[in-house]
Design a protein around this ligand. Structure first.
Ligand code: HBI
Ligand code: FE
Length: 286
């Protein structure tokens, strides 16, 4: 989702939450809250359904098959679903579940949830005037963008490994590198298929304009995924991406991110960051 993740910590830790929309007053130690499904208005359910309809009209031919299969299992298009109902289906498919949160939570807490196969889903929905663009992740971005792929076992394993890696990165002060990996895979990743390029990144799948742009536009670079290249590359949080990284499979993602990152952090920590919209030596352009 489009926000500066490193800003999450200082904002979330200063109560009350300047700049964050959610209600952090009743959080549990793991930042979990009740979803309070009865509190959603008919207008909110209608807005959620309208957001789903817009994306469902856009995604065929652009979203990867694993996402479309997960979306059918999520079965949430007419109203904001009850998180516990989604969790029971998710648990059966990949042993993941949802934890309701008030919005952005500190990196370490976020990683701890992922490491336990729990995906934090924001409980509030954007306003109608934010139909096309919202800064913080809301329930539509998290549920419609992120949750469907968690029904896919290979991707579900990657997300748990990412959480475990995040806890280690926090200790090694390497969160910037890991945030970039999250950004260019989980949020804005593309995947190569026999039918052509497809989308698996939640930030694209939940966006009205970036779905077609990420696949059709001649403007951005599309570069074959390379772990250190991704970890060195800055990103835009307020416009379409200048570079998309392309994997061949989720198994590749799991394999390429399996090694211990410590020596990688040491190597790239000594190198300058790469701008979001430039080529780099060794890039395989697609
Ligand atoms: N909190 N609720 C929530 N959702 C996120 O996606 C999220 C977060 N906190 C931190 C975070 N993402 C980023 O730092 C990731 O790059 C890890
Ligand atoms: Fe997100």
């Amino acid at each position: 989702m489009r926000y500066a993740p490193e800003s999450v910590d200082q904002v979330v830790s200063n109560a009350p939450q300047p700049g964050l929309r959610g209600d952090y007053r009743n959080i549990r130690p793991d930042y979990g809250v009740e979803q309070d499904w009865a509190a959603y208005s008919a207008q909110e359910h209608a807005l959620f359904a309208k957001l789903c309809r817009r994306q469902l009209a856009l995604l065929p031919g652009y979203a990867c098959d694993a996402y479309l299969r997960g979306l059918a299992l999520l079965d949430a298009r007419d109203a904001i679903p009850r998180f516990d109902a989604v969790s029971s289906r998710l648990k059966a498919a990949s042993n993941w579940e949802i934890v309701a949160v008030p919005g952005l939570i500190p990196d370490r807490v976020f990683f701890e949830h992922l490491a336990q196969r729990r995906f934090p889903v924001t409980v509030w929905l954007r306003r109608p005037d934010e139909f096309d663009y919202i800064v913080e992740p809301d329930v539509f971005h998290d549920l419609f963008g992120h949750v469907p792929l968690l029904f896919d076992p290979a991707y579900a394993d990657y997300m748990q490994a990412y959480g475990q890696g995040g806890l280690k990165a926090a200790r090694l002060d390497a969160l910037t590198f890991l945030a970039r990996l999250y950004w260019y895979t989980v949020e804005f990743g593309l995947i190569r298929t026999p039918q052509g390029l497809r989308i698996y990144g939640a930030g694209i799948l939940s966006s009205g304009g970036e779905v077609v742009h990420s696949i059709e536009s001649p403007a951005p670079r599309r570069v074959a995924f390379a772990l250190e290249r991704v970890m060195r590359t800055d990103y835009h949080i307020d416009r379409y991406q200048g570079t998309y990284f392309v994997i061949d499979s989720f198994e590749q993602l799991v394999r390429d991110t399996a090694p211990d990152f410590t020596p990688i952090y040491a190597r790239i920590g000594a190198l300058p960051a790469l701008a979001a919209d430039t080529f780099a030596p060794g890039d395989t352009l697609l």
